[in-house]
Write a protein that binds this ligand. Structure first.
Ligand code: SF4
Ligand code: FES
Length: 247
């Protein structure tokens, strides 16, 4: 039988209906060598304390739903190997979001911000399907491909020091996504996104702490997207470059 190592976990617990403030519960969990933190949380829920609430789905770094703070750092718990931590492992919900229960946060504001940048291809006049697809060269795809790898995990929002003090900030993932569509050669909706991205709560609120890019599990580099979007919006405001369509 594979060897198990007992690891101590401190897990934040909070039930808004019953608790006035959060507390940490401690669990000693026998862990296999290849376990990730999510496996340990599932073991706690299955075998030790079924009242624990946490969120996950794919277990393979794709769905973006298992983000939490592990020893204070935002990570995907399905990709955080227990063997890479020493001593007690502390697990908390993502910061900068209201806690629903235990390790589950309310991502409603995050989803609203993502929607506000209109993250879809906008055309002034749509072609009929029979007229064929909108073609794009590999070079045109390379312009924005990195920014299209986001899995909406919200780790960048938990890491952002601006969001900690200015919750209205549009935030890294939403700006990177809006910028991704603005850079897409098939898109003509730049002017429709301008007010949201160039707003005081948009790109200009970013202080370039770069924490978002450091925690991003998909190497989207939202900090770079924000700096590029700042330059674009400044040039558009000065009318040095046109807003694509709808001007
Ligand atoms: S930009 Fe990166 S950290 Fe932010 S939501 Fe997307 S994948 Fe997650
Ligand atoms: S469970 Fe889907 S990204 Fe971790």
């Amino acid at each position: 039988m594979a060897e198990m190592r007992v690891v101590k976990f401190e897990v934040l617990r909070f039930g808004p209906e019953t608790d006035t403030e959060p507390r940490f519960d401690t669990y000693e969990v026998p862990c296999m060598e290849d376990w990730v933190v999510l496996d340990a949380l599932n073991a706690i829920k299955d075998d030790i304390d079924p009242t624990l609430s946490h969120r996950w789905s794919c277990r393979m770094g794709v769905c973006g739903s298992c983000g939490m703070l592990v020893n204070g750092r935002p990570v995907l718990t399905c990709a955080a190997f227990v063997r890479n931590y020493t001593g007690t492992i502390r697990v908390e919900p993502l910061s900068n979001f209201p806690v629903v229960r235990d390790l589950v946060v309310d991502l409603g504001s995050f989803i609203d911000k993502i929607k506000s940048v209109k993250p879809w291809i906008i055309r002034k006049i749509e072609k009929d399907v029979g007229q064929g697809e909108y073609r794009q060269s590999p070079e045109q795809l390379a312009e924005f491909k990195q920014y299209s790898m986001c899995i909406n995990c919200a780790l960048c929002y938990a890491a952002c020091p601006v969001l900690a003090s200015e919750p209205e900030f549009l935030g890294p993932a939403a700006i990177a996504l809006g910028h991704r569509y603005n850079m897409d050669s098939r898109d003509e909706g730049n002017a429709e996104r301008f007010d949201t991205l160039a707003d005081a709560d948009g790109v200009w609120a970013c202080s370039y702490a770069n924490e978002c890019s450091q925690v991003c599990p998909k190497h989207v580099d939202p900090a770079m997207a924000i700096q590029q979007a700042k330059l674009t919006s400044a040039l558009q405001w000065l009318h040095v470059v046109p807003k694509k369509s709808f001007t």
